[in-house]
Ligand binder design. Structure first.
Ligand SMILES: C[S@@+](CC[C@H](N)C(=O)[O-])C[C@H]1O[C@@H](n2cnc3c(N)ncnc32)[C@H](O)[C@@H]1O
Length: 212
């Protein structure tokens, strides 16, 4: 969900670096050909992820939730030379499309797509992450946080998408299971002694955590 009024949204987009051509193509084709295209990060969030990655200059990035590869390609823009991004998605039907997009990218040799359940794959990875982007099944967010925090270097970052949950997290009339779970997750990371956090109200909310 976008919280900004349409005019402000347009102004922000017009004064943000344009989407690279491959990302425009991925966005267009995802909206035309793939189920649930609203899941794709899109222009402003994508440029935010790319900017954060440029600032961090990570050697190793983990992404949980590839979908059609849009956010992976944004994050890869900030990789150091010789750096690597591992992205995981359980949906094998997307594999061919995503590999085709990655093959067209200048980061093709730095991105590894793993197909399978992230909860099973993450413990098998022996990297120390500089950046993690969590954007898969929301009910597993706490588990992804528990699994990845020990793998993140001190001073490294975990970014979590959709934490405003279309505004339901701050609407007290909403008490469905998914909303309660996202509220509990936000409170848990906010109170966690091993991370410092800032909740950026970009698109559906990006929680940025720095490991202390
Ligand atoms: C919101 S989409 C990711 C969007 C993408 N990060 C972007 O910004 O363009 C969530 C993805 O998580 C994947 N997913 C859901 N459960 C998963 C699991 N247990 N393990 C790995 N991926 C999962 C879905 O198949 C879906 O493609």
């Amino acid at each position: 969900m976008d919280f900004l009024p349409a005019e402000l949204d347009q102004y922000v987009a017009a004064h943000t670096a344009p989407e690279p051509e491959l990302l425009r193509q991925i966005s267009r084709e995802t909206h035309l050909e793939v189920l649930k295209p609203r899941m794709l990060s899109g222009h402003l969030q994508g440029r935010t992820l790319a900017m954060l990655a440029h600032m961090v200059q990570p050697k190793y990035i983990l992404e949980i939730g590839t979908y059609t590869g849009y956010s992976a390609l944004c994050l890869a823009e900030g990789l150091t030379s010789g750096g690597q991004l591992v992205t995981i998605d359980v949906n094998e039907e997307l594999e061919r499309r995503v590999k085709n997009y990655f093959a067209q990218s200048p980061y093709r040799d730095q991105i590894e797509l793993r197909i399978g359940n992230a909860q099973e794959i993450i413990p098998t990875l022996s990297y120390t992450w500089d950046m993690v982007f969590i954007d898969a099944d929301k009910q597993s967010y706490s588990r992804y946080f528990e699994l990845t925090l020990p793998q993140v270097r001190k001073g490294g970052f975990i970014i979590i998408d959709n934490v405003l949950w279309s505004g339901k997290v701050f609407d007290e009339s909403k008490s469905d299971k998914a909303t309660l779970s996202m509220r509990a997750f936000n409170q848990m990371v906010h109170d966690h002694p091993d991370v410092e956090n800032v909740l950026l109200p970009i698109r559906d909310g990006l929680m940025v955590l720095r490991k202390l």
